[in-house]
Design a protein around this ligand. Sequence first.
Ligand code: NAD
Length: 498
Amino acid sequence: MTIATTFNDATVGAALDQAIALDLLKTGSFIDGDWVETSGGATFPVLDPATLEVLCHVADHGAVQAEAAVRAAENALAGWKVTPPRQRAALLEAWCALVERHKEALAEILTLENGKPLAESLAEIAYGNSYIKWYAEEAKRIEGAILPSLVPEAQAIVTREPVGVVAAITPWNFPSAMLARKVAPALAAGCTIVVKPSDETPLSALALTELAARAGIPAGVINVVIGKDAPAIGGVFTGSDRVRKVSFTGSTSVGKLLLAQCAGTVKKASMELGGNAPFIVFDDADLDKAIDGLMVCKYRNAGQVCTATNRVLVQRGVYEKFAEAFAKRAEALKVGHGLNQCELGPLINDASLSKVQNLVDSAVADGARVLCGGTTAEDMPKHYLPTVMTGITAEMQITGTEVFGPVAALIPFETEEEAIAIANSTEYGLASYFYTQDSARMWRVKDALEFGMVGVNTCALGNEIAPFGGVKESGIGREGGREGIEEYLESKYALMAP
Ligand code: NAD
């Protein structure tokens, strides 16, 4: 393990020391119950996105280790799928307890590699852990059915079986929760799993996996492969006929690629993809509540959230007032290093910074007005300032793109019909939000929005009890709730005649 020693910030050094002391800073892949380092082979650095300091170097594994991980998961499947549900549940409960016990260290690791404020990291750890707990409980509620039989004296029986080996590929923006949201239901269903976390943020996935091993989850049931060559690792997962399901969270473009690759072996696939959430403020809304909601919906994780709003539609009557009040709140956000009690951290990398800047510049060139932000922080070049822009139209590039940055683009509208038409005019269909105090409108607009999730006068959509997911090009399948475990189960029908 190579750990950098040249930290400018003592807080960062202390957080790393703590992770090392707890043996949660892992730097290899986890295959068949063992940590696999590179033994002199290739490594890559994991960076603190706020400063570009190297946090540590991790193994750069590829197709060979991916193959080994799939083999390990296949070997472990026979034992795991017949492990009684109560025992699978107990192991998930034990994992959940360890995550709870180590939540501060896990949150620090998450902030170090992702940049998000520590309070948000703590919230993400709790959010991910709520899925581990929920699916520990659901493991005991996998029920079949006995159907009316058309054949005399026969029994028509439907049993539920695990799909088999699952491959999960996860993104950098919620590197801990996205792993938990996939691994927990897969294990509860009796599947074994191979995971490829994002190479931007492998440390959170590895720390969670270490705790799963400590909880007693058997060797081979969870395997994690880290490496920069995502197409090679992903190719092994999608090309293997032993892997029966792929669960992906990430961009729509990569999701489409993986779906096509899955076709070769006709795998089940769940896709949690990109979004372009509308946030509609009607003139009868409680504006203070709407501003509170938008602050979270736009600036959490610096806007790098699949459910973050990209298009803020504000009815003409309250447009100017809303924009001014919201910009005042946005401007007051404390920007800084995630470990230093800030409210807005850096963007993940330079590519994200230039994408966001280009979208803002293009909107300005097309006539938009910047009320605040519009550039990076003077002394923190990796932090994009909270930005509010008015004079946005539905035709601008920023309106049709998943911004993934702290930029609120405010579009004025006149009527409810117009707002719904603009909101639905996107290939995405993940989350949507609207604010109104008119109860008839609440039901009408909720029904009219073509999205998998709708927040009415609230933005707090995500929790373990609800089905999370999108329609259209935002994905296939749901994570969470009763539906989440279905993704990892097959129905077997037997007609049993005497
Ligand atoms: P990404 O698609 O670039 O990467 C996601 C994962 O796929 C990473 O692990 C990456 O290494 C891997 N990957 C990239 N190319 C691959 C390939 N050819 N084969 C196999 N794997 C490959 O996305 P990202 O930038 O990490 O994450 C941001 C995106 O994720 C956004 O679009 C966001 O909306 C989406 N997201 C969706 C949800 C959801 O629940 N719908 C949640 C979080 C993020």
